[in-house]
Design a binder for this molecule. Structure first.
Ligand SMILES: C[S@@+](CC[C@H](N)C(=O)[O-])C[C@H]1O[C@@H](n2cnc3c(N)ncnc32)[C@H](O)[C@@H]1O
Length: 838
């Protein structure tokens, strides 16, 4: 039988038995795969027909189908036997048949309990008998046990073989194999061939009186089993006969067929008989057609299958569009398993129908012949066409890049570890502006996912994968190269071609683009653009401060009195008419407006305190920890600490919820940020990828909480690591009189830190201002340092804050750098004699 007829028959049969598309699809897919591989007979068009047939079938199901299903469900054993017979006739292996039958049995077992042990047994015996006969023919089969018992591991109670109660042909010879064993057997090619012929022959034969009303077989057989009656009382009585095909001798073991017979005098079964009768008549008629004539089959010849199992188990929720180098486009949707138990994976047909109904109709774009399937197909084609670069295009296609890579010399591990890379071949990634193309040569393998790579100007390389050959092995260090949506051409034009000779060993571990330097620590990803192929910053990203050894950082809820929090509040404190206790630090009013911006007045006050630290804004301590740390034996004269305005946010002990407007910093980063290499020589910098309003919260300065003394020691001993500029938590130093060493705290983000460690200094007119924010405790010893926009900031502007450095203070624990802030107010105007670049 031609494979497409078989597919068609399988489809029809299974649908007639009431199987849902979900059950039918994998079976058909498997069948198609087999034929596709072996005969390559099923072409695209046929797949489409198959799919359409399934969709149509689903659509027409409705009441008619329900009725039919109801009717059919009266006869589980019949359907069971028919399924078995049909599938076997179609050449399915036991492995394929068994789960379907099991599924079937499960269904009836649960719903009607119509199938009793005895019936299972009969069915099972029929299957086993079939396997057994194969076993007789094939000595290599190891399914039988010499003692005549079934092996352990029978999967289900109902599959138990109770051969002592059976009148079977197996009773004297050998017992049947377990289903598991049987399932493991695959039909050999010869078997398949015979099965095909067998099915054709059988189904094309007219029924005879001798065979009963349901002549599913024409062969004279051996090994007939007359089973006990299936049904009790006046119900339909059927018998299963297992008949061995004589012709099977020619070609090794052959399957047996189930023959359903019906007691002729059972009038109650008339209508039921008709159903099957009709089926067989139809089937016989179909098979009498020429094998090449498929015109009458409204049946599937192809199917597009979502990977249901994968979808069902995945935790991610995403939509992926990918195309292969051979030009296929694929859209895959992954949904979150958290959708819960009331979500059942729909069939593709159901989804498409839903889309047809919901979208095409409601958008009024219903045209004759326009279905979502067509739309999707068009979409894929457009996707492919749009992404395919013609030979005339200037851009370098990834596919070309990749093939070039394989023809070029690749560096071996020795080249890599010695750093002695041939300059001529040593380009890693060079944005070649003139060609408007990203050249990727030699050291980098680009795996094309979208078959086009345009120049940097359009930044159309969001799905490229770059694999760096560390230690000479490709694939050890790979990253996804992604362009950001709002990077505009002006950014691209600031990129430079990296001189070849500058490539060093370090570069091999560097990458052009890192999608998220926080590695998931923040709610929002923070990317890093390595436009100059610098070695990447070496630090551990943390989103919250951590305490180093001696730093005294003990706070507990018990220490926060009710006076310091608003335990009676409810909902959003900002909407309350009377400011609650938490507004106290900001002068009896909240520092934030709804939406999270710092109030204009509050912000301006903060800024002016830094800009003009006049006498009144400085507090002097008696024994300054900062000075003490410079020379441990002496107490230093305090140079004054800035008096700061604080923001007090609501916290755990407050009655309000997390959505309270007085909780901003504690929610973390909400603006899209990017680390980039500054062209002015300041090293890495931080920029915003979106425009920001004045007063917007950017990020907190996060690092290790160390004592001032620890910081001093670190700076003395640490010569290797580039220092970030530390933040002193010194707002309370002046008010305490004499502060113990462990109470004089600083934040050091050199080894552990967040994005703020990349914010560079700008004298006076920086676009960020740091404001101390108390969250956990109203104790000014420990607070959060949060950055807010001092003005409106444009997308892609570098973010800066004034470190407050006294560039004349040579004794400061952290050596001042040569300032390149470019501000007209730059304070680093001293002669170069004391300047050091750290
Ligand atoms: C907090 S880090 C900022 C990130 C740093 N650029 C990097 O590459 O990691 C502070 C260091 O950046 C450099 N830096 C910051 N602002 C600078 C400026 N205006 N001029 C020169 N260097 C600066 C100095 O080396 C300073 O020690």
């Amino acid at each position: 039988m031609a494979p497409n007829i078989k597919v068609a028959r399988a489809y029809k049969a299974m649908k007639a038995f009431g199987y849902s598309s979900r059950t039918v699809k994998p079976v058909l897919k498997n069948l198609l795969n087999v034929y596709d591989q072996n005969w390559e007979l099923i072409e695209d068009e046929k797949y489409k027909i198959l799919l359409d047939a399934i969709i149509e079938s689903e659509e027409c199901k409705g009441d008619k189908m329900k009725e039919q299903e109801h009717h059919l469900l009266d006869e589980p054993q019949r359907k069971l036997a028919k399924t078995y017979e049909t599938m076997k006739a179609l050449g399915y292996s036991q492995q394929m048949v068994e789960p379907i039958l099991k599924n079937f049995l499960d269904l009836y077992d649960q719903n009607w309990e119509l199938i009793e042990d005895e019936q299972y047994r009969v069915l099972l015996d029929a299957i086993l008998e079939n396997e057994e006969h194969k076993g007789e023919e094939n000595k290599q089969q190891e399914s039988y046990k010499s003692d005549g018992h079934i092996e352990n591991g029978m999967p289900e109670r109902r599959y138990r073989l109770r051969s002592q109660t059976l009148k079977t042909s197996t009773s004297s010879g050998h017992s049947s194999p377990s289903l598991k064993e049987a399932a493991n057997k695959q039909l050999g090619s010869c078997d398949k061939q015979k099965m095909t012929e067998f099915g054709h022959h059988h189904l094309g034969t007219k029924k005879t009186e001798a065979e009963g009303p349901y002549p599913l077989k024409s062969h004279q057989g051996t090994g007939i089993i007359n089973s006990p009656s299936y049904c009790s009382g006046s119900e339909l009585t059927e018998k299963i006969q297992l008949l061995h095909d004589e012709n099977s001798e020619e070609c090794g073991p052959q399957p047996l067929e189930l023959l359903l017979t019906d007691d002729a005098d059972d009038d109650d079964c008339g209508s039921k008989k008709n159903v099957l009768d009709k089926y067989h008549t139809d089937a016989a008629n179909e098979l009498e057609q020429s094998p090449g004539d498929y015109s009458e089959f409204e049946v599937p010849l192809a199917i597009i299958l979502p990977d249901e199992e994968m979808n069902a188990t995945s935790n991610a929720s995403q939509l992926d569009i990918a195309s292969s180098s051979s030009g296929e486009a694929q859209i895959s949707i992954t949904y979150k398993s958290s959708l819960g138990s009331n979500f059942c994976v729909p069939t593709l047909a159901e989804v498409l129908r839903q889309m047809d109904e919901d979208f095409l109709d409601s958008y009024g774009i219903r045209q004759p012949g326009l279905f979502v399937t067509k739309f999707m197909k068009d979409l894929c084609e457009c996707f492919l066409a749009a992404g395919t670069v013609s030979k005339d295009d200037k851009g370098v296609s990834l596919a070309n890049v990749q093939s070039d890579l394989y023809t070029e010399k690749k560096f071996d591990s020795q080249d890599v570890s010695s750093g002695s890379i041939n300059n001529e071949k040593a380009l890693c990634i060079v944005p070649n502006i003139s060609l408007e193309a990203l050249r990727v040569e030699n050291l980098i393998e680009v795996v094309p996912q979208i078959p086009r790579l345009h120049g940097l100007n359009c930044l159309d390389f969001r799905c490229c994968k770059i694999v760096l050959p560390l230690n000479g092995v490709y694939g050890e260090n790979c990253l996804n190269l992604k362009a950001l949506d709002n990077l505009n051409p002006s950014t691209a034009s600031s990129m430079m071609i990296v001189p070849e000779q500058n490539f060093t060993h370090n570069m091999l571990s560097s990458t052009y683009y890192v999608e998220d330097i926080t590695r998931g620590e923040e709610e929002l990803k923070v990317s890093l653009m390595n436009e100059f192929n610098e070695s990447q910053p070496n630090f551990k990203y943390i989103a919250k401060n951590i305490s180093y050894r001696n730093a005294y950082l003990q706070f507990s809820l018990a220490r926060i009195s009710d006076d310091n929090c608003c335990s009676n509040c409810f909902g959003d404190c900002l909407s309350s008419e009377i400011p609650c206790a938490c507004a106290s630090e900001a002068g009896g009013d909240f520092a934030y407006v709804p939406g999270g911006l710092v109030k204009e007045k509050f912000l301006e006050d903060c800024i002016s305190m830094y800009h003009s630290p006049e006498q009144k804004n400085l507090i002097y301590c008696k024994d300054c920890p900062l000075e003490r740390s410079k020379n441990k034996s002496l107490s230093g004269k305090c140079k004054g600490h800035l008096f700061r305005k604080f923001i007090k946010e609501c916290w755990y002990k407050c009655g309000c919820g997390m959505k309270c407007g007085n909780r901003v910093v504690q929610r973390g980063i909400t603006v899209r940020l990017q680390v980039f290499m500054t062209p002015e020589g300041k090293g890495w910098g931080l920029r915003t990828l979106e425009g920001l309003p004045k007063g917007a919260f950017i990020c907190e300065y996060v690092g290790e909480v160390v004592t001032n003394m620890e910081l001093f020691d670190r700076n003395k001993t640490n010569t290797g690591e580039k220092n970030t500029y530390p933040v002193l938590l010194d707002a309370d130093w002046g008010t305490e009189g004499v502060l113990k060493d462990e109470e004089a705290l600083c934040l050091d983000a050199t080894f552990y830190g967040n994005v703020a460690r990349f914010i560079n200094h700008r004298c006076d007119d920086a676009n960020l201002v740091e404001i101390p924010v108390e969250v956990e405790t109203p104790d000014h010893h420990y607070y959060h340092v949060a950055f807010f926009a001092t003005r409106k900031i444009n997308a892609l502007e570098e973010l800066t804050w004034d470190y407050g450095i006294d560039f004349n203070d040579d004794a400061h624990p952290v050596k001042a750098f040569q300032c390149c802030c470019g501000s007209q107010f730059c304070r680093d105007i001293k002669p170069l004699k004391r300047r050091r670049i750290n």
